[in-house]
Design a protein around this ligand. Sequence first.
Ligand code: 13P
Ligand code: SF4
Length: 335
Amino acid sequence: MNIAEAKYKVEERGFLDIDIDVHLDLFSEIERLKKEKNAIVLAHYYQEPDIQDVADFLGDSLGLAQKAQSTDADMIVFAGVHFMAETAKILNPTKKVVLPDLKAGCSLADSAPADQFRAFKERHPEHLVISYINCTADIKALSDIICTSSNAEAILNSLPADQKIIFAPDRNLGGFLNKKTGRNMLLWNGACMVHEIFSMEKITKLKIRHPNAKVIAHPECEEAVLRLAEFIGSTTQLLKYAVTDSCNEFIVATETGILHQMQKDAPYKTFIPAPPNNSCACNDCPYMKLNSLEKLYLCMEYETPEILMNEDLRLAAKKPIDRMLQISRDAGLIG
Ligand code: 13P
Ligand code: SF4
């Protein structure tokens, strides 16, 4: 199959559904393709362990955006979800950006449809719009500043205390920031299905069985869970804290993918996934986990599915991301 035929085939399912020779060593094949195509593999911490292990760069949303912007590779292979690959294209439009599965979306991004958000914004014309990076390019284009969980506080601190703000789309992160900064931002009513699944009661019971364990949580979690946490931060911040803190046992309230890196960086420590409020034992993001090593290999080989974007939308979405990156640089959060 050639690249044009592969593109046509992808339209049916959102990814290339082709049988791969079972004897193929995908790890070495991916390394070969990286060299042949001058490609870089960027992966989020919520990807499956094999993908994390083949990545050239592993990071949270802020780190990934920065890396996507600065890379001189010809092809960015984005092992993450759609809004992340879209952000890479917005920041580095001359590169080919591919995503192993186009259907790797995000429940949080889906919770803010652009037409409804535009109407909401029009009802509050005096408000500045800060949007969490977990949103579509259309929502970014309607925003004044983008933020991630790594830099949201620094972004708020760069604004006058009396500035009226709409925060979208995550009500949990917005509520956490309101509490932390004393602001009263107007919150869009969106949430992440993975971070809302944790059970406060079950974490409390688990803590009784592990009295020395520290609860650490991502700010996308509900307030009741955040109240139990001794440390709250983005995925990179959680990883750094878990590895450097003197405690040897942690209950981790975020997607389970991060445990792979925690365990690699601190093999002598114990990391327990926070229990969800249903009988299923997994806190996996169903979107992040749509990507697989096989799909990653195929999208590199056939350079599809590719992220393409209308140039007017790209430029409008880039403005608030550039503002985020500038404030993050000024605050010393990124180089
Ligand atoms: P960060 O990696 O920026 O902490 O975001 C978490 C997340 O939910 C990504 O989808
Ligand atoms: Fe979206 Fe939540 Fe999955 Fe992150 S973990 S991609 S916010 S659904």
